[in-house]
Ligand binder design. Structure first.
Ligand SMILES: Cc1cc2nc3c(=O)[nH]c(=O)nc-3n(C[C@H](O)[C@H](O)[C@H](O)COP(=O)(O)OP(=O)(O)OC[C@H]3O[C@@H](n4cnc5c(N)ncnc54)[C@H](O)[C@@H]3O)c2cc1C
Length: 164
């Protein structure tokens, strides 16, 4: 995709896992610009993106010519749909009960990154999806409602449990 990549990082060090940091630093085609932020994307309609305006922590500004940019800053849970309907924490994650995927509205069960401010991994999202399906089944059953469309998800959950 690219012959060289530049990572612009606002601090003097990365907090990523050591193994990921080692792989990054070992790649001769990846350069890191420390203590800097992107202030502006440079270019126009005709030429597209041509560069970035960077600002170092000491205020010094400089241009970095680039042909593309990938923005990855922090975590912002996509819970706008739930705002005003489900209880969210101050960062926007859906609040669930202890040891449960139950949200603040009875019959609503949540899974994945929208309710996980700590791990946010594919495998933990899948695991909480299984928990949510099991809890939804129990809730439907205890309210004498048909399980219906949950059956496929529950079968996947149970085969995962049975194979351990
Ligand atoms: C760059 C990057 C690298 C990663 N690397 C790893 C890794 O190596 N290992 C690992 O385990 N995890 C990794 N993760 C994390 C992993 O991708 C997530 O934890 C996982 O995808 C969360 O699953 P999810 O189902 O909760 O959310 P998502 O996978 O984000 O799925 C949510 C879905 O909901 C849809 N959606 C959102 N809003 C609405 C709406 N209003 N209406 C309808 N649909 C909507 C979205 O389009 C999306 O398809 C990485 C994440 C990133 C960003």
């Amino acid at each position: 995709m690219a012959t060289s990549v530049t990572v612009v990082h606002r601090r003097a060090a990365l907090r990523a896992d050591p193994i990921l940091r080692s792989r990054l630093f070992a790649n001769s085609r990846i350069k890191v610009i420390w203590n800097s932020i992107v202030v502006a994307f440079l270019g126009d309609e005709a030429s597209g993106l041509t560069g970035l305006l960077l600002e170092r922590n000491d205020g010094l500004r400089s241009d970095l010519p680039v042909a593309g940019a990938f923005v990855a800053i922090g975590h912002d849970p996509a819970t706008a749909l739930s705002a005003g309907q489900l209880a969210l924490d101050p960062a926007g994650y859906i609040l669930t009960g202890p040891n449960s995927t139950a949200a603040s509205v009875p019959g609503v069960f949540t899974a994945g990154d929208v309710q996980d401010a700590v791990f946010r991994q594919a495998v933990t999202a899948a695991g909480s999806g299984c928990m949510a399906a099991l809890e939804a089944e129990r809730w439907l059953d205890s309210n004498s409602l048909p399980v219906g469309g949950l059956i496929g998800g529950l079968a996947a959950c149970r085969s995962g449990v049975a194979s351990r």
